[in-house]
Design a binder for this molecule. Structure first.
Ligand code: LLP
Length: 393
């Protein structure tokens, strides 16, 4: 902290690599590609660590794809997801040689086809089907139900595949589904798998061959003491059912979530008859998950403080919103100036951060063995408004 200041994200290279290998090794010789979901953590150095060990990537924007390429990743190991790919995004992805577009609607398929036609290219596609299974996770991160905006109704998928198969500008490669995030039980995944395998069989009877099945991401991690999915066992049970079909997975959180912490410092302690507030220098703009999803993150003191004030503390930030908290009711012994580690913050931490309240975004550091490197500088106040202009009059 003396070197980098507070607040700060800190990631472990060894943990990122270990988690990716857990996925990759479980496939053994079965054809597969583990595509890290860039939205979970898009720091260039994190992407570079993953690119170096052979990871593919799941991107949802041109920005993410350009990041991957800048970090040494390969376009032919990237799948492009997302419900509304813009024209320039599709052109760019085709030009750099994307592995596959995960198509989410009939209109999007038409757009991709007309761009491929204009560029005289063949666009590799897979249709994202919505298998209508309940992932039993937070409603904001559940995506596989009919009521969600994602994917194509499984009953409409066949006609889309027929359309794609008849186009000389579209190359049918795969079938895709993603049912939600932070899923802690394997059964919704296996239910979805059963449904998409039936669809693949049906497509075969119509002469449409599917070369890969992309099962998305969504594997939950431990934030507290919850039980979650054993990655190896999940992949083994998938492989038992899929024959020699190539499998793509798009894990984000399971690779980086528990490889990162958010470090924050106690500014003030403020107690009244009802509540004990520890006002910290980190806030909802730095780590949105608690405010947005009521998400739980463990809090550990960086150094044990036996002389502090023992209480059940609410950790609240400096932002002018009652929802600005990172944790509630945590039994800790605290003094002003103490550093706290907010655990499991490596996924959807920095990537969801903002400049709300004109707060510069924080620095990011990676620890590798006994080395530590600054992989993103803390923003300056000047950075916040150097693209703004006064009007002329
Ligand atoms: N593939 C697709 C198409 C996705 O939409 C997502 C996440 C993933 C893969 C990666 O899912 P993961 O393995 O990380 O669960 N901001 C929320 C999570 C939003 C997830 C959105 N999609 C959070 O902080 O919990």
């Amino acid at each position: 902290m003396a070197t980098y200041g507070s607040p700060l994200y800190v990631y472990s290279r060894a943990e990122i690599e270990k988690n990716w290998h857990t996925f990759n090794d479980a496939f053994s010789n079965h054809p597969h590609l583990v595509c890290f979901a860039v939205k979970a953590n898009s720091n260039l150095a994190v992407l570079n660590v993953l690119a170096k060990i052979g990871s593919g990537f799941d991107v949802v924007s041109r920005g993410e794809l350009e990041r991957v390429l800048a970090a040494g990743g390969q376009a032919n190991r990237c799948v492009f997801s997302g419900v509304a790919k813009a024209t320039d995004e599709i052109e760019y992805a085709l030009e750099v040689g994307i592995r596959c577009f995960n198509v989410e609607s009939s209109s999007e398929l038409d757009r991709i086809e007309s761009i491929a036609n204009r560029l005289n290219a063949q666009a590799p596609i897979s249709i994202r089907v919505n298998p209508d299974v309940d992932a039993k996770t937070h409603p904001y991160i559940s995506t596989g139900l009919k009521e969600n905006k994602f994917g194509v109704d499984i009953n409409d998928a066949i006609s889309l595949y027929e359309k794609a198969n008849n186009s000389k500008y579209l190359d049918v490669q795969g079938l895709d589904c993603h049912i939600g995030s932070q899923i802690t039980d394997v059964s919704p995944f296996l239910d979805a798998l059963g449904k998409v395998l039936e669809l693949i069989e049906e497509l075969k009877t119509k002469g449409i061959e599917i070369a890969h099945l992309d099962l998305g991401g969504g594997i939950g991690i431990k934030y507290d003491n919850e039980q979650t999915i054993d990655v190896n066992a999940y992949i083994v049970s998938v492989l038992e059912k899929v024959g020699d079909l190539e499998i793509i997975l798009e894990p984000g959180r399971a690779i980086v979530g528990n490889a990162g912490i958010f470090v924050t410092q106690v500014e003030f302690l403020k107690q009244n008859s009802e509540h004990s507030f520890a006002i910290i220098d980190g806030a909802m703009n730095d780590l949105l998950r608690p405010a947005f999803y009521s998400a739980y993150h463990q809090v550990l003191p960086v150094n044990e403080n036996s002389n502090g004030t023992q209480a059940n503390w609410d950790l609240v930030g400096p932002i002018c919103e009652t929802g600005d908290f990172l944790a509630k009711n945590r039994k800790l012994s605290l003094s002003e100036g103490d550093y706290l580690a907010i655990m499991s913050a490596g996924a959807y931490g920095f990537t969801m951060s903002s400049n709300y309240n004109s707060r510069p975004r924080v620095a990011e550091v990676i620890v590798s063995g006994d080395q530590h490197s600054l992989v993103r500088e803390r923003e300056t106040i000047q950075d916040l408004f150097n693209k703004e202009h006064l009007m002329n009059d």
